[in-house]
Design a protein around this ligand. Sequence first.
Ligand code: ATP
Ligand code: MG
Length: 339
Amino acid sequence: MSIEEKKRKRILTGDRPTGPLHLGHYVGSLLNRVKLQKEYETFIIVADVQTLSTNFDHPEHLPVDVRQVTLDNLSVGLDPEMVNIFIQSMVPQIAELTVFFSMFITVNRLRHNPTIKTEASQHGFEENMTYGFLGYPVSQAADILFCRSDLVPVGEDQLPVVEVSRFTARRFNELYGNVFPEPEGLSGETARLVGLDGQAKMSKSLGNCIYLSDSSEAIRKKLMSAVTDPARIHKDDPGHPEICTIFSYQKAFNRDESLDIEERCRKGTIGCVACKKRIFEVIDKILEPVRERRLKFEKPGLIEDILRKGTEAACIEGDKTMQLVREAMHTDYFDRSNR
Ligand code: ATP
Ligand code: MG
């Protein structure tokens, strides 16, 4: 059996509906989604099941968060006529594939995954990890492979998890026959944006974020109160941009000016307040068109229609993949009897 002929290469990527999307998503993955949407047939997953891997005790937040994440994706410029935005739990073929894949992915491979280790410690799961949390890379392999995706735009934190998907595709093909392409991870120019606390990556669960849906005023406040270089007491003290969160935002969002700012910071000729004011202007300008698009998509019923259409398209692709999988795995019992 060969991989079914495909007209266009595919992208699968997405987010956990655990809260509004932030600037880390924007630079890590969203910009690539927007840039590549014309070239690739694009599937955007709203990963509600993966949310339950950490938030299983609060499903009541899902309806609001699913809408929010969808709106955030649309507000950065994804065109719902071109891309399929869908809800993970409503594509049953993903759950089926997860079960099949979990038969041959070892527990050790998951336990030693660097992203699993970091996230387990962030959530305090080291001693008491659920089967679903440990296994989320397998479920994510099913998310990526159910539509036989070629490319996965993700932030750096997710690259080790995409490795599990690549291994899963290779192993499946070796064991049963060639069904899946080996998907490649693709990170943005800023692959990991640090959070406002300067400690960890900007992350919905850590509350250290500038959200795409924040008002100008909220962003100004967050930036103006961010910690910079603690050794800098007076504004003409020489600064250390390499340890400054605000400077990392200059590099991510204001690349052209950042060399000059770096030099002036080191010489003590630009103070932290001026530097913060400048990055506020730059970020606020980037978010202006995002705010305008958001208003356009906030009409009652529109998000639901977009998700319904995207989920139907995903189920159709899932069916095609499951036919290939069942044939390869000798589990197409009724079709087999007609041959
Ligand atoms: P949570 O804390 O609930 O896991 P999150 O902020 O990590 O939320 P996800 O939904 O897990 O967001 O990630 C969605 C996508 O955004 C992934 O591709 C991830 O790699 C990317 N991403 C998330 N945070 C950052 C960041 N700070 N810098 C770059 N990319 C990021
Ligand atoms: Mg995450």
